[in-house]
Structure formats: structure tokens, C-alpha cells
Design a protein. Structure first.
Length: 138
């Protein structure tokens, strides 16, 4: 004599859970990239390296940047009405990042943010997937 049964899982709105996990994953991925980039930042005094930060810039988006914020002045607004600043330290960070002719006798290199972004892409993807998978699997 067979026994039959039907399981009805509880109703759960998974979207907020997955969205929160994705947001946490993006933040963790940003921190991972920052850590990798800081190992490549040219070092004179260490201030450029220490100025690195991860900043939320919207839904599921962060900016990894170098250069102090406290010397910035607003010079305009972008297409999303976010303030766009200019700062001497950000200009210095950009020069150190972009100028391939500079020599860095104390270590570090140009493209200190761009290179790890490409090299760490698989790890960043894994961080994002793990964050969402953890939320789904409970």
C-alpha cells in the first residue's frame, strides 16, 4: 500500500534576501580588489596606499579609489546628479596610475588598480557567487 504526500514549501519572497546578499557580495568584492591594489600602489610615504577606499555608488555598485577626499572640491555633477570632485591627491593618484614612464624605486607600479582588477576577476566573481549562494542555501 503506497503512501503519497505533497510538500508545499513556505512562501518566501526571495528577492530581498538575494538582493541583500548581492549587495554584501559587491562590497566584499570591492574590499578584495582594494587589498590586491594596495599591494601594487607606488610607495613614497605610504599615504597614497593608505588613502585607498571602497565607496558605495549605487545599487550593486562600489568604487575602489585612491586619493584623499578631504582635499576635494566639487567641480560639477555627473549624469546621475552625483557630485564630481577634483582634488590634488586624486590627481596625484591618477598620475601615478596612468604614467607608465614613472619609476617607483620603493616598489609599486603604474596601473596599480587596473591590473589587479583584471587579474582578480575570477576571485571577484567567486566572491559574488558565494555571497548569493550562501543566502539561497541558507
Amino acid at each position: 500500500m503506497p503512501i503519497t504526500w505533497r510538500y508545499t514549501p513556505p512562501k518566501l519572497d526571495a528577492l530581498p534576501v538575494v538582493a541583500a546578499a548581492a549587495e554584501a557580495g559587491v562590497a566584499a568584492a570591492g574590499e578584495h580588489l582594494l587589498e590586491a591594489a594596495q599591494k601594487r600602489v607606488p610607495v613614497e610615504s605610504g599615504r597614497l596606499r593608505d588613502s585607498g577606499r571602497v565607496t558605495p555608488v549605487g545599487d550593486l555598485a562600489v568604487a575602489v579609489s585612491f586619493g584623499r577626499e578631504d582635499d576635494a572640491e566639487i567641480v560639477g555633477f555627473d549624469e546621475h546628479d552625483r557630485a564630481v570632485g577634483s582634488s590634488p591627491s586624486a590627481a596625484y593618484a591618477e598620475k601615478q596610475h596612468e604614467d607608465l614612464t614613472l619609476h617607483h624605486p620603493n616598489g609599486g607600479s603604474a596601473k596599480y588598480l587596473e591590473t589587479p582588477m583584471h587579474e582578480e576577476a575570477p576571485a571577484i566573481a567567486a566572491i559574488l557567487v558565494a555571497s548569493v549562494r550562501k543566502a539561497i542555501d541558507g
